[in-house]
Design a protein around this ligand. Structure first.
Ligand code: AMP
Ligand code: ZN
Length: 137
C-alpha cells in the first residue's frame, strides 16, 4: 500500500534487520526494542488490523509465528515472551500494517510494569458475553 512503511520493507525499499522471510511473511528486529531480540512479524500482503485481514493471510502468519518465536526466545536465552498485536490507535497501533510483536522476557525484567486487571460487577460479565455472542451468530 502506498506510503506504508512496512510495505516498503517488504518491497526492499527500506532496509530492515531481517531475521526471517518467505513468500508470506517478513520478520525483522524492532527499531525501538522493549528487550533484546524484540521482533516484528508482518504479513507481506498489506492489511491493517486482525479483524480486517483476510483469514488466509492471518492463517499463513499464525503458521509461522511459533517457529519464529521459538528462534527468538532460544537465541536470546529468554525465560518467556509476549506475542502482542496493537490494533487501532487507541490500542497503541502506530504503523497501520498488521504486525505481531515477539518480545523476549526474562524473569523480573519489569518490561510491562502495569497490567490493570479488575473484577466485573455482578451480572456484568454475563451481559457483556451475551453482547459479544450476539455478534458472532
Ligand atoms: P505499533 O505501536 O504496534 O504500531 O508498533 C510499531 C512498531 O514498529 C514500533 O515498536 C516501532 O519501534 C517499530 N518500527 C517503526 N519503524 C520501524 C523501522 N523502520 N524498523 C523497525 N521497526 C520499526
Ligand atoms: Zn503495508
Amino acid at each position: 500500500m502506498d506510503g506504508c512503511i512496512f510495505c516498503k520493507m517488504v518491497e526492499g525499499e527500506i532496509p530492515t534487520t531481517k531475521v526471517y522471510e518467505d513468500e508470506a511473511v517478513l520478520a525483522f528486529l524492532d527499531i525501538g526494542p522493549l528487550s533484546d531480540g524484540h521482533t516484528l512479524v508482518v504479513p507481506k500482503r498489506h492489511c491493517t488490523t486482525v479483524h480486517e485481514c483476510d483469514p488466509e493471510v492471518l492463517a499463513e502468519l499464525a503458521a509461522r509465528l511459533g517457529r519464529i518465536a521459538e528462534a527468538v526466545v532460544t537465541a536470546m536465552e529468554a525465560d518467556g515472551y509476549n506475542v502482542l498485536s496493537n490494533n487501532g490507535a487507541a490500542a497503541g497501533q502506530v504503523v497501520d500494517h498488521l504486525h505481531f510483536h515477539v518480545i523476549p522476557r526474562k524473569v523480573g525484567d519489569r518490561v510491562f510494569t502495569q497490567w490493570p486487571a479488575y473484577k466485573y460487577r455482578q451480572q456484568q460479565a454475563q451481559d457483556i458475553a451475551a453482547r459479544i455472542r450476539s455478534r458472532l451468530t
